[in-house]
Write a protein that binds this ligand. Sequence first.
Ligand code: SAH
Length: 345
Amino acid sequence: MNKIISKLIKEHSLTLNEYQKLTCGYNEELAAVLRDEAVRLRKEIYGNAVYIRGLIEISNICKNDCLYCGIRKSNGLFERYRLSSDEILECCDYGYTLGFRTFVLQGGEDGFFTDEYLCELVAKIKKEHPDCAVTLSLGERSEESYKKLFHAGADRYLLRHETADSDHYSKLHPENLTFENRISCLESLKKTGFQVGCGFMVGSPYQTPEAIAKDLKFIEEFKPDMCGIGPFIPHKDTPFRDYPAGSVDFTCFLLSIIRIIKPDILLPSTTALGTLSENGREKGILSGANVVMPNLSPEEARSRYMLYNNKLNTGVESAEKLEELKQRINAIGYEIVTDRGDIKK
Ligand code: SAH
């Protein structure tokens, strides 16, 4: 194990086999060693700054039927909504006054959002807030569409790869969604010029140690600017309702490994971590994460954007409680800054 650890620290790269051995060797002692290195690297590049992103959940209407996701098309047990452009702009204006300099527009794959509509919206946000970054997280679109959005001013795009094992991918998604297409979208996004984020769920049903090793190898080779990982959490109205949630501590262990693989990566401590554990967000930061994404969506939208059970949207998850979040981050030795928070290459 010591050989693998020193190789990872020195070369930021392992073979699939080594990644698997490393993650299977997970225990608190090993986690502490990797955490120290992850925190050291993170401090070297980002000091003690924590970047914030204002998350705006623009629609819970989705044409897809991902088996894990609460807002999947087949779930008829909740109310659907879509924010108007004016509502989204209001969220940005409010977020700006709170100190947000990045807005993340996330949503289901809602056919209403044509390229023309989204380009106009992005251009408006960038015109009103030229010092802010706009991140989109709206799923799979064509390369043409990604190009238009980029030229309209969008800076970043988040599209989790969900799992880098194609068999596993097919167990998490309906037949019409393929691993090949997911990866080809990520390649297109990169080619277009976006800062790109990938990521996966930890502890999703059917996830094997091989799949996790492939996720880490994928991150090493794809070299994303951002990477969102969070524990899987079951949603009661999905086919995965009876599967157990992923582990907070194991997610934090993987955050440390990802920081070591790519020291300059923008790594969020996700809402799912905060949902499963009262101090999950802090644990993520202390394991090497450097981003948090409080919720800026209007109140009515939040309770309807339920990707999984009990998803947090109040307390320190909400933008209104930014002061409290700031204090909690200060208490562990870090500082939330007013900054676009681009990757420092
Ligand atoms: N439609 C967009 C946004 C999806 S929601 C897209 O396809 O990218 C954002 C992320 O939430 C997903 O990529 C997924 O990794 C995560 N997610 C969805 N359901 C979840 C669950 N039950 N538990 C944990 N994370 C979940």
